[in-house]
Design a protein around this ligand. Structure first.
Ligand code: HEM
Length: 475
């Protein structure tokens, strides 16, 4: 039965645009021009008069759905704190096809996915990740020696993707075999193209190729999981001491999961473990590569910022013995570097926000949000708002010092129970990378006017080629 009192409230102001496609083209168009904030800010200004003196929510239609866009820090707080109360996570169906690749499963939340999230959580939290910092450092050092040391010029975005994947495979699958890595990377490239393609699943389309790549990648990961599980089972059958700590997450996770069962007594299968590892590898891949690329861009453009990061990182480097790898304590000292990374993610957030679905009728800021309506939070609406970040176009890492930005204004990783579970992993990976690149090189952009756009993946229009100047050679 409809709640008559709620029905008295109007829907948020706004237009659902064209039939079927709604305002999707304008939304994607502003992102592709590198100004996604214009989609939100134009509408906030347009609907000011109908919403009183501030527009906190507007209605639109995106991705074939009627949608309310919440556009303040308060809106972010409302969405993030009402997860599983008034709203639940929602993903467009085409993403289900790419990330889940199986019509019976969904990215949307199930009891099983929540439980698995809880099992994985300790591995992705600071305490669980600390022991992998040395591995991250040694893989990064090796990567730069192999691919950057003998080059005058490199394309940052391409390398950020390759580096992020190499590290993810080492940590999550314990594999460094160049042949296997090359094969997996080719599959991942096909899969990634699907995120920016038209979601038309017909033979020969980019989207169709991406769905096949998704299946292939999962199968390859499952083979690795099965092999490792047999190895661990054999070791325990032979009563060999194996605490599951092989310096990678796969072994630790398998050792734990071999003893775990679901509430109905069923054991967690290799295929389910492979699914989750696949999810972790794929979910963060584009975001972390984009973040590394934007940081490199700002460090090239802003010599004073570069100098301050170099100073911080050299103090850490100089405190280490020859050949000694980075550890947790070192990363905790990289405060200014992390402020720089945050400021890069404020101005160029890798994700354009995600979606929720109203699970019941409710009223938000005087407007009815009917059950089933989709809701969208968009980082640019606060990241570029002068009330949250004065002089928002200025690159100013000091915004993250002291008390930092107002609550729920800085949201590159989302928030609430569905906040990115890879946030801490991403932080460590970014800082270890920054340490290694700044202590080895200075660099210049090849194209001074190169822009970043969202397709919706955030990327530089020309791949961000840079000229490298190793510190041990003069410029
Ligand atoms: C700079 C890097 C990254 C950024 C900016 C980022 C951003 C995000 C955002 C905005 C969300 C949605 C949160 C929400 O809806 O409230 C998300 C979800 C997610 N991220 Fe990340 N992410 C990054 C790296 C990673 C990494 C490295 C991993 C894997 C280790 C990862 C795994 C995930 C997963 C599995 C989800 C889905 C969570 C769920 O639905 O419960 N992310 N990320």
């Amino acid at each position: 039965m409809k709640n008559v009192k709620l029905d008295r409230h109007p829907l948020p102001p706004g237009s659902t645009g064209w039939p079927i496609i709604g305002e999707t083209l304008e939304y994607l168009g502003t992102a592709k021009k590198g100004v996604p904030e214009n989609f939100v800010l134009d509408r906030i200004n347009k609907y000011l008069s109908s919403a009183g003196n501030s527009c906190k929510v507007f209605k639109t239609s995106l991705l074939l759905q009627d949608m309310a866009v919440l556009c303040t820090a308060g809106g972010n707080k409302f969405l993030f704190s009402n997860e599983e109360k008034l709203v639940k996570s929602w993903w467009p169906a085409y993403l289900d096809k790419l990330i889940v690749g199986n019509s019976e499963k969904t990215l949307n939340i199930t009891e099983e996915s929540n439980r698995f999230r809880m099992i994985l959580a300790p591995y992705l939290k600071p305490a669980g990740l600390q022991k992998y910092i040395g591995t991250m450092d040694s893989v990064t050092k090796k990567y730069l020696v192999t691919y950057w040391d003998h080059k005058d010029q490199v394309k940052v975005h391409q390398h950020a993707k390759k580096y992020a994947f190499t590290l993810a495979c080492k940590l999550m699958l314990d594999t460094e075999d160049p042949q296997l890595l090359g094969k997996l990377q080719r599959i991942l490239k096909d899969l990634s193209s699907g995120f920016t393609a038209l979601p038309i699943d017909l033979p020969g389309t980019t989207f169709n190729r991406a769905i096949r790549a998704s299946r292939q990648l999962r199968e390859e990961i499952e083979k690795i999981v099965v092999e490792r599980r047999i190895k661990l089972s054999t070791a325990s059958a032979n009563s060999m001491v194996d605490d599951g700590d092989h310096g990678d997450m796969l072994s630790s996770l398998l050792s734990l999961l071999m003893e775990e069962t679901y509430s109905d007594g069923k054991q967690i299968t290799e295929s389910e473990i492979a699914d989750k590892l696949y999810g972790l590898i794929v979910a963060g891949h584009d975001s972390i590569s984009s973040a590394l690329t934007t940081i490199m861009m700002y460090l090239a453009e802003l010599p004073q910022v570069y100098d301050a990061v170099l100073k911080e990182q050299m103090e850490i480097a100089n405190s280490k013995a020859a050949g000694e790898l980075l550890n947790w304590g070192d990363v905790q000292k990289m405060k200014y570097s992390w402020s720089v990374a945050c400021e890069a993610m404020r101005l160029l957030p890798p994700s354009l926000g995600t979606f929720r679905e109203a699970t019941t009728d409710f009223v938000y800021e005087g407007h009815l949000i009917p059950k089933g309506m989709k809701l969208h939070w968009h980082p640019h609406s606060t990241h570029k708002n002068p009330e949250c970040f004065p002089n928002p176009e200025k690159f100013d890492p000091s915004r993250f010092e002291g008390q930092g930005p107002p609550p729920f204004a800085f949201v590159p990783f989302g928030g609430g129970p569905r906040m990115c579970p890879g946030k801490e992993y991403a932080r460590l990976k970014i800082l270890v990378f920054m340490h290694n690149v700044v202590t080895k090189y200075k660099w210049d952009k090849v194209f001074s006017d190169e822009k970043f756009i969202w397709t919706p993946v955030l990327l530089p229009t020309k791949g961000l080629p840079i000229k490298l100047f190793p510190h041990n050679k003069s410029k």
